[in-house]
Design a protein around this ligand. Structure first.
Ligand SMILES: C[S@@+](CC[C@H](N)C(=O)[O-])C[C@H]1O[C@@H](n2cnc3c(N)ncnc32)[C@H](O)[C@@H]1O
Length: 236
């Protein structure tokens, strides 16, 4: 189990780890999720279909796969893609549309004015924040009244056989496989331990409410291996 002495230590560790696997992140992601990651992002993007124009913030954007899915789904949409790991953004730059603007910045201090976006998305990023509550408050701050937050994140399946199979895969198969492909087994041991240590769905939803979201909802996907958490900001 990877443990951190304080939030800054976690942030430094996370930035270093993503930096070291940035060139192979997309390939490893697709391999380890049996390409389900594309389906999960597609489902997330569909939940923003009533906001087809204007700018969306894709936070913890990494190599920007979700940013790309967001603009593909809506020809009048623009995306601000924010990540604090320069190498991840750089690895995703090839063939990038002009409708996506990558910015190096911290999700706990979002480089944007209050009420800037109808939608904020975070795919597999919230788990990696040093201070989850600060990040959630910042997400709420930059969303326009009536706008929406979509968090795509690993959750843990609860159906017995699936739960056991998933835990075995996560703790024993995934770190070995990913270590072979990425050359950094440690990074994927962190992945397994960060999923195990992450908040229960009800806890995360409570935190979203504490951050100011008027209504929150959870949509589990693929037996609850991941979930999309929706946060609705109250109308002005
Ligand atoms: C698992 S990757 C997800 C990338 C992408 N969203 C996707 O769907 O594949 C998590 C990303 O979160 C970024 N990240 C973690 N903490 C962050 C923070 N405090 N501010 C900005 N980005 C952060 C990491 O650098 C990494 O690129």
């Amino acid at each position: 189990m990877v443990q951190f002495s304080d939030p800054e230590h976690k942030k430094d560790y996370v930035r270093d780890k993503f930096s070291s696997i940035s060139g192979r992140y997309d390939l490893i992601n697709s391999l380890l999720s049996f390409r389900l990651d594309r389906y999960w992002r597609w489902r997330t993007v569909r939940m923003l279909r009533d906001f087809p124009s204007g700018r969306v913030l894709d936070l913890c954007a990494g190599t920007m796969p979700l940013s790309r899915a967001l603009i593909k789904a809506a020809p009048k949409r623009g995306v601000l893609a924010v990540d604090f790991c320069y190498e991840m953004l750089k690895a995703g730059m090839t063939g990038l549309s002009g409708r996506i603007v990558p910015v190096c910045g911290d999700g706990e201090k979002i480089p944007a004015a209050n009420a800037s976006f109808w939608g904020v998305t975070v795919a597999f990023g919230v788990r990696n924040l040093g201070r989850t509550m600060d990040g959630l408050r910042e997400m709420h701050r930059v969303i326009k009244p009536g706008g929406r937050l979509l968090i795509l994140e690993f959750s843990r399946p609860t159906v017995p056989v699936i739960k056991q199979g998933y835990n075995f895969y996560l703790n024993h198969v995934l770190p070995k496989l990913a270590g072979l492909v990425s050359g950094d087994r440690d990074a994927y041991e962190y992945l397994a331990s960060s999923i195990a240590a992450f908040y229960e769905p009800a806890e995360l939803m409570g935190m979203m409410k504490d951050a100011g979201f008027a209504t929150v909802k959870r949509v589990p996907l693929t037996f609850g291996v991941v979930s999309v958490y929706l946060g609705f900001k109250a109308e002005g």
